[in-house]
Design a binder for this molecule. Structure first.
Ligand code: ADP
Ligand code: MG
Length: 709
């Protein structure tokens, strides 16, 4: 709700300061700005109603029941009193009609509500119905004088707006806003809100015209018109969001230069034919083709690669880096943690052992002495592939000729870090961003719409689906027996404890307690246990991890530091303690640590008996599916787009009306139409596109298009 107060230089009527509206005093204007961010007419226009009430419909108090959500009742105010002290102080009002009475309660704004109401008068109250001791109740209803003569008869829908206690105290209740919008529409006309969508789209999708839509969303003549208005305005939101995102992409493609990888050379072919331990899946092949096309195009590639855990993204990255090397370019592979970087280094250098490709590892824990030759190797070009953590984008790492950069597990990297990568060469390197936490397609289109987008939607053959079970804590002994059985078969097991905050003492105590407990179940020397957590020094963490990876220990007790990417194919059991404390994507990530080999794997989610509804739902989803994309969709539904990792700050998600969860199909349509327009009529010369062109010109300076065109 922050907004900079600006001096208005644009004389468009919609930019008129809100005080110019009849009924808005300087004081109210101030409150509107502070409380709701309403500065000018346009802001009020976009302050949409929460809902509408049909004033002609009055519910009988007797008819209210537990199923009733909202109701509008009319009756005589028969009693009014303030009860309670301090924080429990409240105003209780009894309203009575011919069938019964209802209690209206206010906890805030008590004094002004009391002043406004008079015992004996008739009132109309609208609000959410609750029941207390079997009697209907409304907290903070909208209330106004009721006159049975004026109400009734003519049907109309009255808008109820979002308001705040402070505004209500000054008379601007959710209903009172109504007068402001009526006033606003008396001042503006169709010419102030000209059509801005291509005409052919209005026809094709039967969209209401723009001015009518704004009018009908506030003051609809009926429900159907309201729905049409809503649909039109949602479409407009998606359309312009997509328009600016796709422009950014086009602009980059048109004006940015990219390094050209001319050929697929010997390194690639040699590896592909002689060294690669398996056949690529079709999905991997397709992504590789997309990358190949991009890197030969002369434009810089910015590609987001999504693939579920275990889908084999690393191999795609490796093959791409070999093509870079074939063309004389260096590559980097950036991972979010030391453990992951180390693991990538181990696998990749083993896979490349027969090829003349020099691979190096650079992380924060590499000592100054060892760092020197690495930095030198980057600068003189003798290192072909540098694998590491953030350390590899520090300013002192200079490359002779970097051409390709892979960012693994993207959400842990910020935009600023991506930008740093760009500057590592005079022509920026191609960038492949890989994420193992799938995000729903709709989210990807809105948040990462400026990136090209590839999906690996197929797992390598021979994988057995992981069986996921939810058990309560009492089942622990049986679970330990099950782990013993699996270890007896030569397998390994993870036991993961939640670590909500790195600094939380309680969490560490739980982890240590768990460790002792596991040790008593699995005594040395028959069993060996590794423990890994974020408070250990890096080398200790690594060596413990390494012991588990090499099979020297059969059990790994740890926190989520092992979460991303760790690959121990022999592990077949993942037990997650206090699973109700984890989010869906984290649970899915953790589960992805098993099922990586050919053996049947299990994920056991342990929880307490008391579960919130959300937690119960999450556990149900986890036991119901292994599909990361389905889980991501559910995650989006449960948490809402603002909460998904990596998207919190994204302005791309701030739609006022549209929802990327509920209006998915519409987003897709808007996206396709924008793509078609930009492809066929980039300069917007076709008659059909004139409304769009004029609108964009009127927004000059505010959109990317006006800067290009
Ligand atoms: P992620 O996409 O989660 O990063 P990885 O790249 O770590 O997955 O791959 C998971 C495992 O699958 C690795 O052991 C890898 O060697 C193996 N793998 C990758 N591609 C294939 C394939 N086409 N056929 C068989 N195994 C594969
Ligand atoms: Mg990976």
């Amino acid at each position: 709700m922050y907004k900079v107060f600006y001096i208005n230089t644009n004389s468009h009527i919609l930019n008129t300061p809100i005080e110019y509206l009849t009924g808005i005093s300087a004081l109210k204007g101030d409150l509107l700005r502070k409380e709701l961010g309403i500065f000018c007419f346009k802001d009020l226009l976009e302050h949409y109603p929460l809902r509408h009430v049909d004033k002609t419909k009055v519910d009988l108090i007797q008819s209210l029941n537990y199923q009733t959500e909202y109701a509008q009742v009319a009756g005589r105010l028969i009693q009014m009193q303030i009860v309670g002290e301090k924080r429990s102080r409240r105003l209780i009002v009894h309203l009575q009609d011919n069938t019964g009475s209802i209690e209206l309660v206010w906890f805030q704004g008590i004094n002004w509500v009391e002043k406004m109401l008079v015992v004996g008068h008739n009132y109309l109250a609208f609000g959410k119905v609750g029941f207390f001791m079997n009697k209907p109740q409304m907290a903070h209803p909208e209330i106004e004088i009721y006159n049975s003569q004026t109400a009734g008869g003519k049907a109309f829908l009255e808008p109820i707006y979002p308001s705040t206690e402070k505004l209500k105290a000054k008379g601007l209740t959710g209903k009172a806003f109504n007068k402001l919008t009526v006033e606003l529409f008396s001042k503006i006309s169709e010419k102030d809100l000209p059509e801005n969508l291509p005409l052919q789209l209005l026809e094709k999708y039967k969209l209401m015209k723009r001015f009518a839509a704004f009018h009908q969303i506030h003051l609809p003549i009926n429900e159907q018109q309201y729905q049409q208005a809503l649909r039109r305005l949602k479409f407009e939101e998606f359309f312009f969001a997509q328009f600016s995102i796709q422009l950014i992409k086009i602009k980059r493609n048109q004006f940015s230069k990219g390094l050209i990888f001319q050929k697929v050379g010997n390194l690639f072919s040699n590896f592909f034919e002689n060294e690669m331990p398996f056949q690529l899946t079709n999905a991997q092949k397709n992504v590789l083709k997309e990358i190949r096309k991009d890197t030969a195009s002369g434009h810089q590639m910015n590609r987001l690669l999504q693939g579920d855990v275990g889908s084999g993204k690393t191999m795609v990255a490796l093959l791409s880096m070999l093509i870079a090397a074939d063309n004389g370019f260096q590559s980097v592979l950036m991972a979010p943690t030391e453990i992951l970087a180390q693991q990538h280094y181990n696998t990749i250098s083993a896979q490349l052992k027969n090829l003349p490709v020099k691979v190096q590892l650079l992380t924060g824990s590499v000592t100054a002495k060892m760092r020197k030759p690495i930095l030198l190797g980057c600068e003189d070009g003798s290192i072909d592939i540098l694998i590491g953590t953030h350390a590899i984008i520090e300013d002192n790492v200079i490359f002779k000729n970097i051409g390709f950069a892979v960012v693994d597990e993207q959400h842990k990297f910020g935009v600023a870090q991506r930008a740093k990568l760009w500057k590592k060469n005079t022509i920026p390197p191609h960038i492949l961003v890989m994420t193992a936490t799938p995000i729903p397609r709709t989210l990807a289109l809105t948040v990462y719409g400026d990136l090209d987008y590839s999906v690996i939607d197929e797992l390598p053959p021979g994988r057995q689906p992981i069986t996921t079970l939810h058990r309560f804590e009492q089942a622990r002994p049986q679970i330990m027996d099950f782990i013993k059985e699996q270890i007896g078969l030569g397998r390994q097991a993870y036991l993961i404890y939640p670590l909500i905050e790195e600094s939380s003492k309680l969490d560490y105590e739980n982890l240590m307690k768990g460790y002792e407990e596991v040790k008593s179940f699995f005594p040395e020397p028959k069993y060996w246990i590794s423990m890994v957590h974020g408070k250990q020094p890096a080398d200790q963490k690594d060596s413990n991890m390494q012991k588990f990876a090499s099979g020297d220990t059969q059990i790994l007790v740890g926190t989520t530091v092992i979460e991303v990417g760790v690959n121990v194919p022999n592990a077949s059991v993942m037990v997650i303690e206090s699973a109700e404390k984890f989010g869906l994507s984290q649970l899915h990530q953790l589960r992805g640590r098993v099922g990586r080999g050919s053996e049947k794997s299990y994920c056991i989610l342990l929880s307490g008996q008391k579960l919130s509804n959300d937690a119960r739902e999450r556990l149900k989803i986890m036991t119901g599916t292994n599909d990361g994309f389905k889980i991501a969709e559910k995650d989006l539904e449960l948490r809402g787009p603002g909460e998904i990792e990596g998207t919190k700050q994204s302005g791309a998600l701030q739609f006022k009306l549209a929802s990327i969860v509920d209006d998915k199909a519409m987003l897709e349509v808007a996206r396709e139409e924008v793509t078609a327009i930009l492809l066929n009529d980039f300069e917007l010369n076709q008659p059909d596109n004139q409304p769009l062109k004029l609108f964009l010109q009127s927004q000059r300076g505010k959109t990317a298009w006006s800067k290009i065109a």
